[in-house]
Design a protein around this ligand. Sequence first.
Ligand SMILES: [Zn+2]
Length: 343
Amino acid sequence: MSSNTRLLAVGLAGTGLGFLLSRILGGSAPKVEGKSKGSKPLAPKTLLGGVELGGTSICVTIAEDTPTNVIFQQVVQTTTPAETLPQVVKIFEERKVAALGIASFGPVDLNTDSKTYGYITATPKEKWRYADVVGRFRHLGIPLAFQTDVNAPALAEVRYGQHGPVSSLAYVTVGTGVGVGIVIDGKCVTGILHPEGGHIRVSKLSSDDFAGCCPFHGDCLEGLCAAGALGKRLKCDPSELKSLPEDHKLWDLVAYYLAQLCATLALIASPEVIVLGGGVLKHKGLFPKIRAEFKASLKGYLQVKKMLDDVDHYIVPSIFNESGKQTTAGAVGALTLAYDVLQ
Ligand SMILES: [Zn+2]
């Protein structure tokens, strides 16, 4: 969804016109390509709720019957949990949904046996540290599902991203941070925590003397390549990156590091597709550079045709991020969590 359209939806939120507009916005959702294994159609007119909780804004969506049939969308600005979450809760108090999926920035506690299940945990965003997110919605009395804001879009991509009949996929977002979500055999990967692939260490270019800016690791991938790091490298505001020419040497460096993440994902998780999204990846010129560096990094070790001869279909942008599409992979991902919890 473009920022202008989002603002329009916010301005009209809560009005009949807002709901009508939201129905129109929903019309551009990608068509359904597949379903999870063994999934059953929901009863007609079942409403699904989705919350994509981001560091700067929260996208609230309602879909009918299937996660891609979005009929309502509203954006709430993220400030503090006490101020922001009640606004989101109110939307679902006023509109009856059968289940709710929440895809949140992290780190989050996904362990249902934990006392802090449903919380955001040790986030650098101080006001959100140990914020109970899921607990705010329990009084609705509906099934709730909680995931990271990168695992959920990975789930949306594997089902509805038009990547063919795949069951495994990695979703990488490069913006304020670097996030990695992984789906294997149709399910989000979680373990003792959840994937935190943005903080892997990469082999630095000898010509790169930037110390990195991750508060934990300095020159981890996120510390080298997230929008804030790129802004620091160029001594500019990250918002100015969008006007940086495609042939700027910075993009070669970014491609070199992101290709290492892609190679690491291929070596460890063996996904059938790697989807790259986020603000930095709006520079489409990055894709051919990343693919070339990916192949150079692996040196033909993985003898997989798709990686060797068809890498254009192995490392791909998200169709949800194409211009004209109003529904993000994160929003559809949150709705997919709600859909699955009703199965
Ligand atoms: Zn780090």
